[in-house]
Every structure is written in C-alpha cells, then in structure tokens.
Design a protein. Structure first.
Length: 263
C-alpha cells in the first residue's frame, strides 16, 4: 500500500490536485484555508477582502506592533465591510469549492484549526470521506483520526458572533474524541502530541499547541505511526517514541510534497 499524507494546505489547490498521484489513498490533516498569507499579501481571505497593502500593514503589526495596535487595526478592517461575517463565509466557500474539487484520489480528511468543518459536508464529494473521530481500516491497518486544536489552558470559545471562528476544541471534548481511538496502527491528527521537540517552531520561536491526550495515547497504544502537521517549522520533524514513529508531514502550502506512507 502507498498512502500520501498532507497537512497545512492553506490554499495551495494546484499542489493538492497532484497530491494523490500514484497513491492508493490521500489523507488530509487539515488547515485547508488560506486566511492570512504572510508572504503573498494579495492572496488569502484577507488579501481578497482588503487588498495587499492592508494585509502588509496587518502582517507588520503582527511582527512588530503591540497586541493593542494589531487588534485596533483588525477592527478597522472589519468595520469597513457592511457584513464582514457574510464576506468571510463567501470567501471560505470559494476556497473550499476549489480545494475539495481538487481531491480526486480516494481521500480521508479531518479539519485543522484554520478550517470551518461545519461547511465541509456540502463540498465533500464521493471521493472524500470525512473521518473526524473515526477509526478506519485502510489496507489492513487501523487509522484513527482527530482534528482541530485544543484550546489553550484558561481560554474560552467566543460565542458572541465573531467574524470567523477557528476550529478550537475544549480539552474535555478533544480528550474524549482521542479516547475512542483504540487498537490503532496509525494516529492521524492535525496538532502534534505534546512533546517539546515536535511543538517548537524555530521561526516563530515559540511552542505551538500540542495535546497531552495524544501524547498519552502514543505511549499507551504504541501505534506504528503518529502523523500530524500544525507546526510549520518544527524543531524536529520526526521523533521516535518506543515503537511509534512520530512525524510532522510538512507544511504542504510551501513544499507541495505529500508525506509518503508505505507498508
């Protein structure tokens, strides 16, 4: 069997259309949306809505400004639109229409934190199976899937009609989903297990969110592989934990190359 795995697609539809070439199946570990493109400011949802100059200013404030300056500038952008939530949803739907159409190989998909999984069922065709919280047999191996990212400790999900809400899950909800993934050979998630080598981003110079429940599952179940994304420039792309090969499958938007799993 040959399975290709991608994560952090962030709008790279052209590469996604080729990601399943030569594979028996394609696994997508989330972050399909390109919300803010920090390299090509005319791209992404913010680029579409506000243009490259405004996105360049937003990116600069995120790098160099204070949190208050970033928030104030963001509010000024959204207030310039008559219906910002509707404008964002339209842009999200346009991206999803293109990306789901590009998944032509038999595909198993979960969402990342930069996704709106509630919209996925209307775009997923016959070739795309949405497998959040499921254990699926592929080529004789049992694959367990859990998407999204756990909320930081002490944080809460905003319910007051935000313009767009990332796919963040409470600790209890995510841990419950992970607890159902038993007797698996391959663990497929968006975020990594909470192991420092895997969560540290060497460019952002900070630890991204990892999951203690995933770490516990790896130690207890010892699957053959733990596959994930989320951290774009990890300190370590792979780490051996007992018999488990933990592997960050790469920032697909940039590399355009899937991680190849063979058995």
């Amino acid at each position: 069997m040959r399975v290709h795995v991608v994560s952090d697609v962030h709008g790279n539809t052209e590469a996604l259309a080729k990601a399943g070439d030569g594979a028996d199946a394609l696994i997508v570990l989330g972050d399909l949306l390109d919300f803010v493109d920090y390299h090509q400011h005319d791209q992404g949802i913010l680029g579409t809505l506000f243009g490259p100059e405004k996105v360049a200013t937003f990116a600069r404030l995120r790098r160099e400004g204070t949190r208050e300056e970033s928030i104030a500038f963001s509010k000024s952008l959204w207030s310039s639109l008559d219906d910002p939530a509707a404008a964002v949803e339209e842009a999200v739907r346009e991206q999803y229409a293109a990306m789901f159409a590009a998944m032509t190989a038999p595909t198993y998909a979960i969402a990342g934190n930069v996704d709106s999984p509630d919209l996925w069922p209307e775009f997923a065709g016959d070739d795309v199976r949405l497998v959040e919280g499921e254990v699926v047999e592929i080529g004789g191996l049992r694959f367990g899937f859990a998407g999204g990212v756990v909320l930081p400790a002490g944080a809460t999900i905003r319910r007051s009609n935000p313009v767009w809400r990332p796919y963040l899950r409470t600790q209890e909800e995510f841990d419950e989903a992970v607890g159902k993934l038993t007797d698996i050979d391959v663990l497929c998630t968006h975020q990594p297990p909470a192991l420092p080598e895997l969560t540290y981003d060497v460019v952002a110079r900070r630890h991204e969110l990892g999951s203690s429940a995933l770490r516990a599952l790896v130690y207890a179940e010892q699957p053959r592989w733990s596959l994930f994304g989320h951290v774009h420039q990890p300190l370590s792309a792979r780490l051996r934990v007992g018999r488990t090969e933990c592997r960050n499958v790469g920032h697909f938007k940039v590399t355009g190359r899937p991680y190849v799993l063979r058995w």
